[in-house]
Ligand binder design. Sequence first.
Ligand code: NI
Length: 392
Amino acid sequence: MRIPNRLAALAPEFAAIRRDLHAHPELGFEEVRTSELVAAKLAEWGIAVHRGLARTGVVGTLKVGSSPRAIGIRADMDALPMEEANDFAHRSRNPGRMHACGHDGHTTILLAAARYLAETRNFDGTVHFIFQPAEEGGGGGRIMVEEGLFRLFPCDAVYGLHNDTELPLGEIALMEGPVSAASDRVTITITGRGGHAARPHLTIDPVVVGAHLVLALQSIVSRGIDPAQPAVLSICQFHAGSAGNVIPDSALLHGTVRTRDETVRDRIELRIRELAESVAAGFGATAQVDYQRGYPAVINAPGPTEAAAKAAARVLGEENVHRTVPVRMGGEDFSYMANVVPGCFVRLGQRGPDGAGSTPVHHPRYDFNDEAIAVGAAFWAALVEQELPRAG
Ligand code: NI
């Protein structure tokens, strides 16, 4: 592994920053202290700071030389609404808030890279360090883009990373194409006609309709989608009725749809609507479908993916760069940036040989592995120096 000496020397300082962020987790759009800290550090290192996109977003801009080329590197800053079960000194001091996804680590990695690049200035062009709020469901990335992120800070390519608790420290995984899932929510309201449970012939029972519909929906993926295309349709809530002898008027189904391909996504939404309406109609009931599209899938573009793989190999060695990413159906709102600017999202290993950093994300005992800070920062720095090369 080739970690620049300067980054290795800064490691304790950045581990302290990471632990401070971990101890003070903030939810999406409430990252007031976090964004304040980020902005103050960037300014201290002579980096131009822009604030206010998506409320708490921060963009640091570092221009060296005269090349018109520019790249963006993004980190997410928000925590999760959950109670931390760790008892180390840097555990969360905010009740019901926890950095259980390692966004404290992502933010610190990007800060370390910014500091290093501001000192060494061994490139020609512009780097935009993008710190976004609300990755965990609020769509902070989407809002930054809508509010003009890439109009204000034009980028030729945009990059992001997420820590990976299954991948060993010192390794990176990345590939071209979809690397996260589109994550949608569906709510179906079935309306029948309620009445006495002993006189069902006078009613239209929405519970029976819902039961048929739940099973029918399971055929969408299994019978209607190419088995080579990952897709999940889970109905997770079924609410109806209030008494054991009353047939209710209506029933409510809630679920989630995860896909990696837009055609598959469109098809599943269409089939849910068709089945809900026709199954309900078959029983004389009606069904109303509310399909809410969430984050689209992150699609890594060929150029940035090759660039990231090359930079990763320079830092970690070819043998530690994996060109496939295991299929996981989680969502990631980096997709909104990678949808408008060619992008690449990589997975950064954080599982240490001693098992440190191996507790899964979103677990109450998760913690980011500080050993990964210098690795991630060295990767970002190598990428900038490679993509914005100095002439001669
Ligand atoms: Ni995350």
